[in-house]
Design a protein around this ligand. Structure first.
Ligand code: GLU
Length: 502
């Protein structure tokens, strides 16, 4: 089926020499600048980016801001920043040189004007002078009779003379597309065959509003064509519009790109992703200490796009690996169900990966040092590089987020205890001597040693542990005492015991 479609496209390219069919793919992410980048938006950007990378193609960012009412100041900069944070690099986009620019739709109004004239000239589009009042009436009437509300296409039938007269009288108008009532079909790269007759449920759609701004449908088609976009990957909410777009391509005599629609992203309980349920924006994840590569891998774990090796468990791929291993036919068409446990796992794996690379591990160490200083500004702390690195190595098995390392529970790692503890000084002196002669500060060995010590000195093990925990951390809870000592290391552990004996 797929090869048939490709053949058709190559064949129709003969009328259309400007199409880039034999070359590398060009894809785009086309968000509206309405605020923060959401997880769904990041997913769309990511899959477009990976698709481009997997085929040495280009990834374009186009800002679709024709709905000026919804535009939010600063949103474009934020979007670009978030994409960059996620490791998604633009080949072309706002503020970048490129032969297909400008990449912001509100800067392309002249282009749309020229193109709408082509459709008026070839009679695929017409001017509509209907007032808002009339359109509302149609809507209300349809509701009353339980019909689908749609424009009745009245202005299609105006004569040339009538149109001229209305223009002369300064009556405002929009421009509508003449929908034909034939069923358009296409092979969705993710969902397979889709067929739909738009005119069954819609009146002629507006292409150009009376203020001279194009609608999404019109600008989207014109830009995808002029920017030589070869594959459109976007959210499934746009799938219903694709057959309408195909009609617009046909009216221009253009061959359309290939389309693929990405399924909905849903929460683990099957409900729609919403702010109330948790994190929805990239900003939310960032704030919680999620690493970009972890977030990106998390998205692919729920959305697919990769060979699945049964029983392989979660592995973390670098952006380069994701790019080279991505396969569009492996994207799943059922809703992408998020599993937050996997995000934790990805974040943990990312800490592990960073620790293995000298440059990244130093950055990580510095981050932790900064966190500790912020959290315990007035304390006597141990944040030497070696100690932090030690803690991080230990942490990969226990925490999924470096922020957790400065939580109360793990405070002992950094600060020296100050609270008063019930002490058996004599016993503690003995223990100090014992530990001074004890070389291997490994968890299991330490534990055995402490047990032996409790037996030899006739003290109950739990009593010894409670005292030691207090001495080492000043806390009532936390990891096991032997584990704490291992983490702190010999010098630090003994230092803390000496401090209470002084
Ligand atoms: N501007 C649309 C959006 O906000 C783009 C849809 C498309 O990719 O065609 O999602």
């Amino acid at each position: 089926m797929r090869s048939k479609i490709i053949n058709r496209r190559i064949f129709s390219a003969t009328n259309n020499p400007c199409r880039n069919l034999y070359n590398t793919p060009r894809v785009r992410f086309a968000p509206s600048p309405t605020g923060y980048l959401h997880l769904g938006g990041l997913r769309t950007a990511l899959y477009n980016y990976l698709f481009a990378k997997s085929r040495q193609g280009s990834f374009v960012l186009r800002i679709e801001d024709t709905d000026q009412k919804r535009k939010v100041a600063g949103a474009v900069e934020l979007l670009i920043k978030d994409l960059k944070w996620a490791g998604i690099e633009l080949d072309e986009g706002p503020g970048m040189e490129g032969k297909y620019g400008p990449y912001v739709q509100s800067e392309r109004l002249q282009i749309y004007k020229e193109h709408i004239n082509k459709l008026l000239d070839n009679e695929s589009a017409y001017r509509c002078f209907c007032t808002e009042r009339r359109l509302n009436m149609l809507r209300r009437d349809a509701m009353k009779h339980q019909r689908v509300p749609k424009y009745d296409n009245r202005c299609r039938n105006l004569t040339e003379l009538e149109v001229k007269e209305k223009i002369k009288n300064g009556i405002p108008y929009c421009i509508r597309f003449k929908l034909s009532s034939d069923c358009q079909s296409f092979e969705d790269m993710i969902f397979g065959g889709i067929a739909y007759d738009v005119s069954m449920n819609e009146g002629d759609p507006v292409l150009m509003k009376s203020d001279g701004y194009p609608t999404y449908h019109f600008a989207n088609v014109v830009d995808d064509h002029l920017m030589e976009i070869t594959h459109v990957l976007r959210g499934v909410e746009w799938q219903i519009s694709t057959t309408k777009h195909l009609l617009i391509y046909r009216a221009f005599g253009w061959s359309p790109p290939q389309f693929g629609h990405l399924p909905l992203i849903i929460n683990s309980d099957g409900t729609k992703l919403s702010k109330r349920q948790g994190d929805v924006t990239v900003e939310d994840y960032k704030k919680k200490g999620t690493f970009p590569l972890a977030l990106v891998n998390y998205i692919t774990l729920s959305g697919g796009g990769f060979e699945h090796v049964p029983g392989a468990g979660v592995t973390l791929k670098t952006m380069d690996e994701l790019g080279s291993e991505f396969q569009i036919n492996k994207i799943l068409s059922h809703p992408s169900r998020l599993n937050p446990d996997l995000l934790q796992e990805c974040n943990r794996l990312e800490i592990k990966r960073q620790l293995k690379e000298p440059h990244l591990s130093q950055i990580l160490v510095n981050k932790v040092q900064k966190l500790v200083k912020e959290k315990f500004p007035n304390e006597n702390m141990n944040i030497s590089d070696d100690h932090v690195r030690n803690v991080l190595n230990w942490a990969t098995a226990r925490v999924s987020n470096i922020d957790e390392l400065v939580s109360t529970k793990f405070g002992f790692l950094w600060i020296l205890p100050s609270s008063k503890i019930d002490l058996d000084k004599e016993l503690l002196e003995k223990l100090l001597k014992n530990l001074e002669n004890f070389e291997k500060f490994e968890q299991d060995l330490l534990k055995n040693n402490l047990r032996e010590f409790s037996v030899n000195n006739n003290v109950k093990f739990p009593v010894l542990m409670k005292m030691l925990r207090g001495v080492l951390s000043g806390l009532g809870e936390g990891p096991g005492v032997a584990e704490m000592m291992h983490l702190l290391g010999k010098v630090q552990s003994l230092e803390r015991i000496k401090a209470v004996l002084r």
